[in-house]
Design a protein around this ligand. Structure first.
Ligand SMILES: Nc1ncnc2c1ncn2[C@@H]1O[C@H](COP(=O)(O)OP(=O)(O)OP(=O)(O)O)[C@@H](O)[C@H]1O
Length: 622
């Protein structure tokens, strides 16, 4: 299996169990203490019942039987019965309460840890993503299952000790035999649980692939293509093949389990049967009372049952702890980007941003995407990045936001390496529309307000940003205006009776919304626009660029666009090819140089004009 296999070869350790227990104890100390107390009571009830029965039977056959004693013993038995019938329900409630509370704390810890990853690399590491998914599933339930398993084990141990003590009083040999017949059950169950946990881990990726195909088939994202290309049956076959292969692995372990448990069951029954013959012989000879015989029968059944329970609980805890290992690994993961000893907040940009001989590759296994890029963006100027697909433009933007660190070289904010700055503060000084912007299944106002949480409740600012992005009229005209939910997946709390309140926007409208989100942040020192108009129609694009130009005025900005008409106004245009800067200058200079930019520009202009028409671009640029 991959390097992210849980808990090492030795399986979960005491450290895992202690962490699970401490998480549960912190989440719900009262419920845990009550659960523990109830567990101890529940464990001793069968022993108490057996002893009371023994005493009752012996009292009955004694002559003369004392009424008072008989009544007391019967009342005791009745009380044990009442307790035995009430404890499971109370236990179930406490267990659910523990799970709820531990679940909240675990979720909080997990997502708190995920938030602390300042970069993006972890989210692109398949092994880490696997762990994260398992941790999400395990965080809420695994600690509780583990604790439950441990407490179940404690309950079984109390029962076993109680009965073994009783058996020792009756016949030490029998006690030893019963224990010996139970121990193989325990050993076999633990071995089986290891095997089961390993199978679960092994089939994990298979099941995730199955879910992936299931999601594709059942979700809206792929619905169009599946129907158009007719890939439904193909994807379904793949999904079922994954399911069958997971089933085959589980079936093998189930068979082994059934066989082992049947053999052990036969062994246990043989010991119990032999013991019974011995006990009857002893009773006939008068060395064992009737009560003693009853106690013997109860003790043999009780010990064997409790040993099987103990084994089952150990197996359950083991599996839960294996999953919990993922949770621990994620929550204990260190920072994904090096942290400066005393990170400083960046001041307002005064001079400019410099990329100094920046080299970058996504990992050692990947080729270099940026190769020695050196660019200076003076404060207040606009820089446009131009280049073919895959040239490294968006990568450069990600480095500027410090989602990754350069492999070599540095990015300087007013002369200070951004690695020495507080990443959160740095990002607060940057406004950005990413190429792959988000569409939040939230209201229109929320979709814009997420750009600056301080403005989330400030409708005036939100509307101004929307107006700048050219989407105000559209949003104001929605059924509930800015409070309209932009999703067909959910419906609003207030609109439960009218689930049709959700509205879906067009691609270009979503893009304007993303633009409005970026424009909400007041006066960012650096404005990054990565393909801000790719989905817009010609009129909208023109409007957006006029508005953006106005918004960018006097502000440091970086614009990426494949539509070269949109970048010609930039103070500096940098042409990236193969991760290196091949040209830089303003539009006129680059057109005059007749290099890569001029070729691209001319090609696009010819496309718009049609063949044979005059080429104004080649006649001098602006
Ligand atoms: N997360 C990633 N992990 C590995 N490689 C990546 C990742 N993101 C991008 N790349 C690779 O880096 C190269 C540059 O990608 P980038 O997105 O920066 O190009 P771009 O110039 O913005 O392209 P486009 O014009 O298509 O948007 C590409 O070869 C791409 O495959």
């Amino acid at each position: 299996m991959s390097g992210s296999e849980p808990a090492g070869a030795g399986g979960p350790t005491r450290r895992h169990a202690a962490a699970a227990l401490s998480l549960t104890a912190r989440a719900a100390p009262g419920a845990l203490a009550s659960y523990l107390a109830l567990t101890l009571v529940a464990g001793s009830l069968p022993v108490a019942a057996a002893w009371l029965t023994t005493l009752l039977l012996d009292e009955l056959v004694a002559a003369p039987a004392s009424w008072r004693s008989l009544l007391m013993l019967a009342a005791g038995l009745a009380a044990v019965g009442v307790a035995a019938s009430a404890t499971p329900h109370l236990s179930q409630y406490l267990r659910a309460e523990l799970e709820r509370k531990a679940g909240v704390l675990a979720q909080d810890r997990l997502f708190g840890a995920v938030e602390r990853f300042t970069g993006l690399a972890r989210f692109e590491d398949p092994a880490f993503l696997d762990r994260l998914r398992l941790a999400q599933g395990a965080g809420g339930t695994a600690p509780n299952q583990a604790v439950d398993g441990v407490l179940g084990g404690v309950r079984a141990a109390v029962t076993i000790l109680g009965f073994l003590g009783s058996l020792l009083l009756l016949g030490p040999l029998m006690a030893a035999l019963v224990l010996a017949s139970g121990l193989p059950v325990l050993a076999a169950e633990v071995a089986l649980s290891r095997r089961r946990a390993r199978v679960l881990w092994d089939v994990g990726p298979i099941e995730r692939r199955e879910f992936f195909y299931g999601d594709l088939l059942a979700g809206v994202a792929a619905a169009k293509e599946i129907r158009l290309f007719g890939t439904g049956p193909f994807l379904r076959r793949r999904m079922l093949a994954e399911r069958r292969s997971a089933n085959a692995a589980k079936r093998a372990v189930d068979r082994r389990e059934a066989l082992t448990q049947s053999l052990l069951g036969v062994l246990a029954a043989a010991v119990a049967g032999g013991g019974l013959v011995w006990a009857v012989a002893e009773a006939r000879a008068g060395t064992l009372t009737v009560g003693g015989l009853a106690m013997f029968v109860a003790a043999v059944g009780g010990v064997q049952g409790a040993l099987a329970t103990l084994a089952g609980e150990i197996a359950r805890s083991y599996q839960a702890l294996l999953l919990f290992d993922h949770f621990l690994a994620v929550t204990a993961a260190g920072p994904d980007l090096p942290v400066a000893p005393r990170p400083r907040p960046p001041g307002a940009l005064r001079h400019g941003i410099e990329l100094r001989d920046v080299w970058f590759r996504y990992s050692e296994a990947h080729p270099y995407v940026l190769r020695g890029v050196s660019v200076f963006v003076p404060r207040g100027s606009s820089l446009a990045l131009v280049g073919l697909n895959g040239a490294g433009k968006s990568t450069l933007v990600k480095l500027l936001c410090r989602f990754y660190d350069p492999t070599r070289g540095a990015i300087l904010w007013d002369g200070t390496d951004i690695r020495l700055l507080d990443p959160g503060e740095l990002r607060r000084r940057i406004g950005a529309v990413f190429q792959d912007y988000m569409r939040y299944d939230m209201t229109a106002a929320d979709n814009i307000g997420l750009g600056d949480l301080d403005a989330l409740g400030d409708r005036g600012r939100i509307e101004t940003a929307a107006a700048r992005a050219g989407i105000h009229e559209k949003l104001a005209a929605l059924p509930r205006g800015y409070d309209t939910l932009l999703s067909r997946m959910f419906f609003m709390e207030t609109g439960k009776d009218d689930p049709e309140t959700g509205v879906e926007l067009s691609g270009g409208q979503w893009q304007r919304l993303a633009l409005a989100r970026a424009l909400l942040r007041e006066g960012p020192d650096l404005m990054i626009l990565d393909e801000p108009s790719a989905g817009l129609d010609a009129v909208a694009e023109h409007e957006a660029h006029t508005s953006l130009r106005r918004h960018r005025e006097g502000r440091t900005s970086l614009l990426i666009s494949h539509r070269l008409g949109a970048v010609r106004e930039a103070d500096t245009i940098v042409v990236l090819a193969g991760g290196s800067v091949v040209e830089q200058g303003d539009h006129a200079a680059l057109m005059a140089a007749r290099g890569a930019y001029a070729r691209l520009f001319t090609l696009q202009a010819a496309g718009y004009r049609g063949e044979g028409e005059p080429d104004p671009a080649l006649d001098g640029g602006r």
